[in-house]
Write a protein that binds this ligand. Structure first.
Ligand code: COA
Length: 231
């Protein structure tokens, strides 16, 4: 597999019939995957989770890998390919579902920028991040909060720890050029590179990987559902 990090993104349409879409997606997934997804109560959560798995399969196929490779749930819930041919990570929020595939460990996080109780930042964030948030113009503060949040979560997901990692134990500093500086006293030398990717004005998307060149692919649901497409 090439040293490329591929980030596949698919959006739920503005209007759709959840039950009809779910029926279509279910036909493309295997029983163990569906059993896990069926534990999700909300139809939209099931749809996003199904789209994540289909994006993964599509991405593996594009990379010339076995798209039927099984997925196992590892430590702290991180899904991994059983055959270990690639690393991947999934994230979903609002209308977007994102899947990053790489040769080495990778993490992604997408979040919809929305009003948020910024007092929560004091509970979760490093003091340097709280200070940087406090000096943002009021109109930009929610967006900055989600730039911090997605960068931190993408890193914690690349590590495979998710929220098991204390969010205040390391700090990130998003820059105007979309690169994010990362300071983790527990990781030296730091092998990870953090950055934001442009996706949708209402969302923030962060990627944490080992610095391979990145390609972003927008995929349609029709493409994932089409039985006639040769992927
Ligand atoms: C991973 C985690 C940060 C996701 O948070 P979120 O903002 O709700 O969700 P996102 O949409 O960004 O990501 C969800 C995806 O992350 C992946 N994921 C789950 N656990 C993960 C982990 N530990 N590390 C990296 N990725 C993980 C999954 O693919 C999941 O999607 P899926 O369930 O549809 O396959 C959070 O669930 C977490 O901290 N989990 C670990 C907690 C834990 O210790 N669980 C023990 C269970 S064994």
């Amino acid at each position: 597999m090439s040293d490329l990090c591929v980030v596949l993104c698919v959006a739920l349409p503005d209007e759709y019939h959840p039950a009809a879409l779910e029926r279509g997606l279910r036909r493309r997934l295997d029983r163990p995957t569906l059993d896990r997804i069926d534990r999700l109560r909300q139809p939209v959560d099931r749809l996003r989770s199904m789209l994540g798995r289909l994006l993964l399969r599509h991405g593996l196929r594009l990379r010339g890998l076995d798209d039927g490779a099984g997925v196992t749930i590892g430590h702290y819930g991180k899904p991994r390919l059983v055959d270990g041919t690639a690393e991947f990570n999934l994230s979903h929020a609002g209308r977007w579902v994102v899947c990053a595939i790489s040769r080495t460990a990778v993490g992604v996080d997408v979040e919809q920028v929305r009003p948020f109780d910024l007092v929560l930042a004091q509970r979760f964030f490093h003091r340097r991040e709280c200070a940087a948030l406090a000096v943002q113009p009021a109109a930009a503060r929610h967006d900055y909060f989600f730039r911090l949040w997605t960068a931190k979560e993408a890193y914690m997901k690349a590590l495979g720890l998710g929220f098991q990692r204390d969010m205040a134990s390391f700090s990130v500093a998003p820059r105007a050029d979309l690169h994010v500086a990362l300071d983790d006293p527990q990781m030296s030398p730091q092998p990870y590179v953090l950055s934001h990717l442009e996706l949708d004005p209402g969302y923030r998307l962060a990627l944490c990987h080992h610095g391979e060149p990145v390609t972003v692919l927008l995929v349609t649901i029709e493409h994932l559902l089409s039985p006639t497409i040769i992927h």
